[in-house]
Design a protein around this ligand. Sequence first.
Ligand code: AMP
Ligand code: ZN
Length: 464
Amino acid sequence: MALKLYNTLTREKEDFSPIDPKNVRMYVCGPTVYDFAHIGNARPVIVFDLLFRLLRHTYGAQAVTYVRNVTDVDDKINARAARDFPGLALNDAIREVTSTTEAQFQADVTALGTLAPTVQPRATEHIAEMIALIEKLIASGHAYAAEGHVLFDVPSMPDYGRLSKRPLDDMIAGARVDVAPYKRGEMDFVLWKPSADDEPGWQSPWGRGRPGWHIECSAMSWKHLGEVFDIHGGGIDLLFPHHENEVAQSRCAFGHDVMANVWMHNGFLQVEGEKMSKSLGNFLTINQLLADWPGEVLRFTMMKTHYRQPIDWTVKSLEESWKTLDDWYWFVGDTPGTKPAKAVVEALADDLATPKMIAELHALRNAAQRNGGEGARDALAGSLRFLGFLADTPDAWAARRKTSVSVDVEQVEALIAARLSARKHKNWAESDRIRDELAGLGVVLKDAKDPASGEMKTTWEVKR
Ligand code: AMP
Ligand code: ZN
C-alpha cells in the first residue's frame, strides 16, 4: 500500500519511500518544559502519534524510530524557576521546574492515548553533541565566534530559506528582533551564548555558556537518527525560523542536500473561534480539559479536522465526540478485534486523511448494524484499538459519564437569563423549575445583589 505524505519542502503530496525500510526514522520537536502543555501542544503529539502507528503498521513495529525531544534548557525555564522558587539556588529551581513539568507532560499525553516515542532525548544530555556540531560549522566556515557567542553565518549558505520559502525581506525583519553588535549579518542566529555565573552553563571552547534553541534539535536528531533521516514534524509556527535554522545547521555541518526528506507541519488550533491566549481567558491546558473530558474524547475531537487545516476547538465538538464514542463503546462491547479495517488504513495512508477515516468508521458501524455482521463489528473494534481508542472496558467508559460533568455554557447562560426574567415577573414557580433543571445538569447557582448597580446577579459553578 502506497503511503502519501504532503511535504512542506516541495509543497506537494508525495509517495513516501523510506531511506531504510528496516529503520524508518522520524523526528518531532517536543515541548519546552516550563509550564503545563496546552491543547494546541497536544495537536502535534496526536497527529504524529497517528503517523507513528501507521508507519509501525506498514513497516513493522520494530522498524520505526520516533524521536521527540524535551527542551529543558531555555531562558523561559530560567525565568519561571526564579519566579516560582525564589528560595532555591537557580540550578535547583530549574531542575524542580523541568522535572515536574516533564512528568506532567508525560502524564497528559499518555492520557491522550499516545504511544511513547522510541526515544525522548533531553537537550541538557546532548551538550557534547551540540558543541561538536558547532565546531564542525566553524571549521567549515559556516559559523563564527564573537564575544563569547557563536553565530551561524547565514550568507555562507546560498539556499538558506528553501524550506520556508519566505521572501528575504520577511526573513530579515524576523531576524531583526535581536540586533547585536557581534552579528556580522542581519539574519545570523545564535548557536551558543555566554552564561552569567548564576545562569545554567557548560564549559565550551568559547567559554562557559549555553546552546541556542535551534542547535538542540540538530544535535539530538543527529545523535538518534543520523545525518539524514525520513520525516521531520512539528507545528506550522516552527517552520520559520526554527526549522529553517535546523536545516541550515545540519546541512552545512554534514554537507547533504537535505536534513530530512519529508517535512510535515500541523495547522494551528484556536478555541471557540478565537486565538488561544492567557489574556483572553481561553487558554486550555490538557490537564484542565482532562478533568472534564475523557482523554479519548480529546483525541477523537482532534482527528475530526485534517491535520494541515486550522482547527477550531469547541465544547460542541467535544460533546459530539463523546456521544460518538459512547455509541461505539456500547456497540463494540467486548468484541476482541485487533486488526484495523483496510479502508481505515487507506484513508490514513492518504496524508492522514482523518475526516475520511472517521467516515469509514461510521460506515463500519452502519454495515454491522444492517447485516448484524460480526465481521464489521470486529473490524470497527480493531480499527478503534489501532487508532488508540477502547482503552477502557465498556463499563468503565459508561461510568465516566457519572463521575465527570460537562456543561454547555451557552445553554446554562440562556437558562440563567430565563430564570432572571421569570423572577422579574415574580413567576417563582418557573424560576424554581429552571433552578432545578440546572441542578440536574450539575450546575449550582448563587444569587447576590451587585453592590454597584443594586441589580440581582447570578453566578454559577459546576459541582462535581
Ligand atoms: P512549544 O512548546 O511552544 O515549542 O510548542 C510545542 C509544539 O506545539 C510545537 O510543535 C508547536 O508548533 C505546537 N503548537 C503550539 N501552539 C499550537 C497551537 N495553538 N496549535 C497547534 N500547534 C501548536
Ligand atoms: Zn526542533
